[in-house]
Design a protein around this ligand. Sequence first.
Ligand code: ADP
Ligand code: MG
Length: 319
Amino acid sequence: MNEFDLIAHYFKRPAKNADLGVGDDAALVSVAAGHQLAISADMLVEGRHFFPDADPERLGRKVLAVNLSDLAAMGATPSWFTLSIALPKIDEPWLAAFSRGLLAMADEYDISLIGGDTTRGPLTIAIQIAGSLPRGQALLRSGARLGDEIWVSGPLGEAAAAVMHRSGRVSLADNIAARCDLRLDLPTPRIALGQRLRGIASAALDISDGLLADLRHICEQSACGAEVWLDSVPFAEDLAALPDALRQEAILAGGDDYELCFTASPDQHKAIISRGVELDLGLTCVGKIIHGDIVQLLDANKQPLPITFHGFDHFAYES
Ligand code: ADP
Ligand code: MG
């Protein structure tokens, strides 16, 4: 099997949303009048983002999920993606499982693989995703305003608990570890939520590096500070058994949840609650936007708590 057979066999499918898909020098797509393109990329490297023995079907789903999550955070509707992949060798069972997971996920979100690049090298998977949204309606990081409420979707921390368990920092019961693993391996991109927040949220992003670290990005770009109420941050039942310090670290600094964090005027409080009911998704107000330029953690008595952990930064530590 050569490079072209591999592409034809595992990655070439009729392109649904595109004018021209895999097979030419470039793909062709059309964007509806009055819409903007939203484009994002994410790369996963073996040994850094996933374990060498990672299940390839789950990996196929996850690599697309993390890209979909970025478009969700913008409020965009995803339509197309490209796949650039470096493979150490042609391992057909691995490729079959990986493409099965990837393309199943693509079908579930009604997006098409329209091109890419395939080369030999250490296992690296890079996806570029594109979608569209009505002009001017994207959810930016720069729109938070003084007094806005800060919200998060879903309970946080299970993906981080799975990482803690795998690295031996905690020991979870088998059934709990399995549920946490699922959240780490198969995050659900909050596409519908992002779209339903257009016109409601003032700023948004997806939580990939931990709530506090990601919220800092909103603060920097919106030139504001934030306070987060520790007792309000929702965590899954499964985390109840963790020691307090580790649970706090999981929900505040754990990456990989891929839930959305967004801000909105208090006038939108009721509208947001009803979006959560419509989408059957937990939406919780966890703090507010304040003066300043730091993210503060407050206890139940609104007293500041020290922040002793950091979100994930690939260049922060040598490892
Ligand atoms: P070129 O030499 O013109 O860059 P390639 O030979 O790399 O093109 O790729 C041939 C076609 O297959 C192109 O349409 C490209 O987009 C597509 N392609 C290559 N690798 C992948 C992949 N991993 N997934 C999907 N499409 C791919
Ligand atoms: Mg070419």
